[in-house]
Design a binder for this molecule. Structure first.
Ligand SMILES: Cc1ncc(COP(=O)(O)O)c(C=O)c1O
Length: 436
């Protein structure tokens, strides 16, 4: 197997770095352990093509939006049609009605919807709604979970075993220079997947807590499933203490199931936030939920909310995802991916663990079981080995997310892609032995 030559990517990055801060337009676009990111020219289906002419099988999916693969025909047609009519009116449209109605039919908690352009903005709006409705101020956020990059949101996200604190007292970790610490004063950091800790917190501070916000399947910083009965218990506690339960489904939405994780797990939050895959590659996000909360007097603003292009893309994406067999096919490919990788791990004597849910595959290196919580993950997963794997896979033509063990399937992936991916794993896994 030949290592890819990526010289033009390197040169482009060096030149870009003179003009663009960090040489990239988002911190997501370059992994910490890579000296330069690969620059792409185009993508189609499950493949991306770089400036040196290399073809990659891609499992990053533009960090989530590309659930239908790259340049999906149905979305292209809908967007081209809308471009001819105009990209931005700042008025209601018939399509906006069609989309709003459709979303209330497919998302369990959605009695009403509100559109924004990014997950960060939608979470910001959801937190504001919860505060206005409950007339309380505190938001419970779990360590290791990411909800956006505003001052209030970007707290206690990444950590390592030394900085994490304890399960009972997770650390408050500011994330960036320039972050206004006071903005996080009303955010309480808790440990996810621990019902007793949450119950104690509610007993002590329930009359101050406006909302609990969580990814129902923790995904952003590395996938961890909710413990058996956890979501049910949180639902019960929130109802008992008058706390708004917000599911951040920016990743899980349209990916675990058409109706998101709330459909997958059968637990209905009060509010929910969607983004990424909702519009198959165009900027759209949404808050949805109970009518009485959505309608409690908080008015969303935003010049680019629900542009006609994004609405057209979302309608086309949802129509594609509604076709029979779509999620079953992703499930089948996920099963194949996990089973074959487990065999390769045995063959090469490398400890790893995989499982899959809808269009999400989780991969832990150095563990042979699923992590119970973020603490367990930080203490037991071999993150260094995963990072080395990320670079090696990239060098031989397979793109998986760096550091986090989160692998996205799309409707465009095929069994042939999985087979080719396994050939690359088979080739690179033995090179990881030094990372043990
Ligand atoms: C779970 C989750 N919530 C919110 C966000 C923020 O979304 P955006 O990057 O669109 O602002 C992300 C982004 O990665 C996310 O993974």
């Amino acid at each position: 197997m030949k290592k890819f030559i990526t010289k033009k990517s390197e040169e482009l990055f060096q030149e870009l770095s003179q003009y663009l801060v960090d040489g990239v337009s988002s911190s997501f676009h370059k992994a910490e352990n890579e000296s330069y990111p690969i620059a792409m020219t185009h993508g189609k289906g499950s493949k991306l093509y770089d400036v040196d002419g290399n073809e990659y099988i891609d499992y990053i999916g533009g960090f989530g939006p590309m659930i239908l693969g790259y340049a999906p025909e149905a979305v292209n047609v809908a967007v081209k049609k809308q471009i001819e009519k105009g990209s931005q009116f700042s008025t209601p449209t018939q399509q906006l009605l069609d989309l709003s109605k459709k979303l209330t039919e497919i998302i369990p908690c959605a009695e009403m919807v509100s559109f924004q352009s990014s997950g960060t903005e939608a979470n910001m709006h959801a937190w504001r709604l919860a505060r206005a409705y409950s007339r309380k101020q505190k938001i419970v956020k779990f360590s290791g979970q990411y909800h956006g990059w505003s001052d209030e949101q970007k707290i206690s996200i990444t950590a390592n075993a030394d900085t994490f604190g304890t399960e009972k007292a997770p650390s408050r970790i500011m994330t960036t220079a320039g972050q206004r610490k006071a903005a996080t004063d009303d955010v309480i950091i808790a440990s996810w997947n621990h019902t007793d800790a949450l119950e104690t917190l509610f007993q002590q501070k329930g009359d101050e807590i406006a909302a609990v916000v969580m990814e129902p399947y923790m995904c952003d910083e590395g996938p961890i499933m909710p413990a058996s009965g956890y979501l049910e218990k949180v639902r019960t506690l929130c109802t008992k203490y008058g706390v708004v339960l917000i599911f951040d489904e920016v990743i899980t939405g349209f990916r675990m199931a058409l109706g998101g994780a709330q459909q997958y797990f059968g637990i209905t939050p009060d509010l929910s936030v969607f983004g990424k895959a909702i519009a198959g590659g165009y900027s759209l996000s949404m808050v949805c939920g109970k009518r009485e909360i959505m309608n409690c007097g908080v008015h969303p603003s935003g010049t680019f909310n629900a542009t006609p292009i994004a609405v057209a893309a979302a309608l086309a994406t949802i129509e594609e995802l509604s076709k029979p067999g779509i999620y079953e096919q992703m499930d089948k490919l996920g099963e194949m991916f996990c089973n074959e990788l487990a065999l390769l791990s045995k063959k090469h004597g490398i400890a790893l663990y995989t499982e899959h849910h809808g269009g999400i595959i989780q991969l832990e290196m150095g563990m042979e079981r699923a992590p119970k919580d973020y603490h367990d993950y930080l203490n037991h997963a071999n993150i260094q080995m995963y990072n080395a794997l990320y670079l090696l896979m990239r060098d031989y033509g397979v793109r998986i997310t760096s550091s986090r063990g989160r692998i996205y399937l799309t409707t465009a992936h095929t069994e042939k892609d999985i087979q080719k991916t396994m050939e690359v794993f088979d080739f690179v896994l033995p090179m990881l032995k030094t990372e043990k």
